[in-house]
Design a protein around this ligand. Structure first.
Ligand SMILES: [Zn+2]
Length: 544
């Protein structure tokens, strides 16, 4: 668990803004915002191949400056980072990044991601601990993926098809156009409405969602028809562009097709909130017929090769999305079935990985280690071996054997720094701190400092650094690192609060003659950062 936060998705002010917005707004406009929380629609990509060129030009969204959109995105992202179901799982985050960076490179190459957009937007993907199947694009290049989506897709190509679609909503400035259409409403009202739509798509945390749901449901239902009319062209454009981005990036077009089949099947089987996308965009018989007709235009269907890495990441996402005890038990017993030994390697690896995760979650460490040994005995490629190694370290750490976790990961420290292997570095630092041994804690602080010179926006790394300093008894640095973590989560008020605490401590230490030369330098950094963050906080307050 990287950081635990306040259990509020919508702070009071934004909830009030949202209610005011809904009162003033015609349902149509509220509904239009649904598109910001949509998911890929593969059928549309197929349509795009045949008749997209006939669609009207949607304009370029130039009426909303990039900076305004980015700041709106930041205000929404800040709420997401505070949500208890925001999860910075480094293993899954690295996996999603490995797809995301390839898609970004492809969009750059194709010219959809312009240098200006590239520089001014965040291009940041957050993971949400929610079992429902959803992904969404927010203003300013912030995106979100529910863990349920990762566990439900069966290939990286399917996941890439969803990410590429969402990416294209941002590069095509769809959100800017939507903001422009909101006209007289300030960006914060738009932000509050988007948060409301996100809340309505969530299943895992009903208590924090109920208020937003109550506000949104009426307008949403009334708006359905015009919302679909309004969003269809943008959806098709996002599909057309996303399809190009994804296939140019080297992913299989079949991923788009199978993703559609998945949605179609889900629509047949249930409509109970597991698929927020389907709730707002029902699978009509016409759409299914269209998709089947257009599928004929693709080359003969081929089975995508199974990815061992993906199978394991899907299993991880499933367990981290906090399923019930019955699901954990069944994940565990699946590994005992004799038939699984004859299954393809990817399936076997996925089942064993899921079983280790499920056993670990139920604190049956002996059983987890037995499955772990079976997983380690498989012949896997290097990227898959890496996640197995990380799982072994995680198991040792959870079982209270932190020194063993360090032994597993320490040999890979240098390659991890070279390859920007975040999960290995963070897991190693966490394990070192957990050993409670001074020499290990010192190494953790060194390694996290080194990492942060490369990746200064890594909030989880700042928190680990803070934990290491705290155990070293270096209160000043510990508080400053906490302040930096808050700043990187865009919570400038909390950051200012921590920097002030650091300043107070520095003054106290100076009075007691306990501030050495390095301490004076640290105190000067704290002063400078406090001024910067106070300016940012004022800016943030002005936007409300
Ligand atoms: Zn969409």
């Amino acid at each position: 668990m990287p950081f635990k936060k306040h259990p509020l998705l919508l702070p009071k002010l934004q909830r009030a803004l949202l209610q005011a917005a809904v009162k003033r707004r015609t349902p149509t406009r509220v509904g239009a915002l649904v598109l910001s929380a949509c998911m890929a629609l593969p059928m549309n990509a197929l349509q795009a191949q045949t008749n997209f060129s006939r669609l009207p030009n949607l304009g370029d969204g130039a009426e909303v400056p990039l900076g305004v959109e980015r700041r709106l995105g930041e205000s929404i992202a800040r709420e997401i980072y505070r949500d208890p179901d925001y999860i910075d799982d480094a293993v899954l985050a690295d996996y999603v990044q490995s797809l995301w960076q390839v898609l970004l490179a492809s969009a750059r190459q194709r010219g959809e991601l312009t240098p200006e957009l590239d520089q001014q937007f965040a291009w940041d993907v957050s993971l949400i601990r929610d079992r429902s199947i959803n992904a969404f694009a927010l203003p300013g290049g912030y995106l979100g993926v529910h863990l349920g989506l990762i566990s439900a897709v069966s290939s990286p190509d399917e996941l890439a098809s969803v990410l590429a679609h969402e990416l294209s909503h941002v590069t095509q400035r769809h959100i800017a156009r939507m903001m422009a259409q909101q006209g007289r409403q300030g960006p914060m009202v738009v932000g509050a409405m988007i948060l409301g739509m996100l809340a309505a798509s969530r299943t895992a945390n009903a208590s924090s969602m109920s208020a937003a749901n109550a506000v949104m449901v009426g307008g949403q239902a009334a708006a359905m028809q015009s919302q679909l009319n309004f969003s269809r062209d943008m959806e098709r454009e996002a599909d057309r562009v996303g399809y190009g981005v994804m296939t140019d990036a080297g992913y299989e077009p079949q991923g788009f097709v199978s993703m559609f089949e998945k949605l179609q099947q889900a629509a047949r089987l249930n409509d109970n909130g597991a698929f927020p996308y389907l709730r707002s965009h029902p699978m009509t018989t016409e759409r299914i017929a269209d998709a089947q007709a257009r599928q004929q235009l693709l080359p003969p269907k081929k089975q995508l090769p199974l990815s061992v890495l993906h199978a394991m990441m899907a299993a991880r996402a499933q367990v981290l999305a906090t399923p019930g005890v019955d699901v954990l038990r069944s994940l565990s017993t699946q590994a005992d079935a004799s038939a699984i030994r004859q299954a393809p390697l990817a399936r076997l690896a996925g089942v064993l990985y899921g079983a280790v995760m499920a056993d670990m979650k139920q604190r049956d460490f002996t059983k987890a280690q037995q499955r772990m040994s079976q997983l380690q005995a498989l012949k896997l490629d290097a990227p898959s071996q890496r996640v197995v190694r990380l799982l072994q370290a995680e198991l040792h750490l959870n079982a209270g054997a932190a020194p063993l976790a360090v032994d597993v990961l320490a040999p890979y420290k240098n390659t991890a720094l070279t390859n920007k292997d975040r999960a290995t570095l963070l897991s190693l630092a966490r394990s070192r701190v957990a050993t409670e041994k001074p020499e290990q804690i010192k190494l953790a602080a060194q390694e996290m400092s080194q990492w942060l010179t490369q990746q200064p926006r890594d909030a989880s790394a700042w928190l680990l650094l803070s934990a290491a300093y705290e155990r070293e008894g270096d209160g000043l640095r510990a508080i400053r690192a906490q302040a930096e973590a808050r700043a990187m989560e865009l919570d400038y008020a909390a950051a200012v609060d921590r920097f002030k605490a650091a300043q107070d401590l520095a003054r106290q230490l100076a009075r007691d003659n306990k501030l050495d030369r390095a301490g004076h330098i640290e105190a000067a950094i704290v002063d400078a950062r406090l001024r910067e963050l106070e300016a940012l906080r004022r800016e943030q307050a002005l936007q409300r």
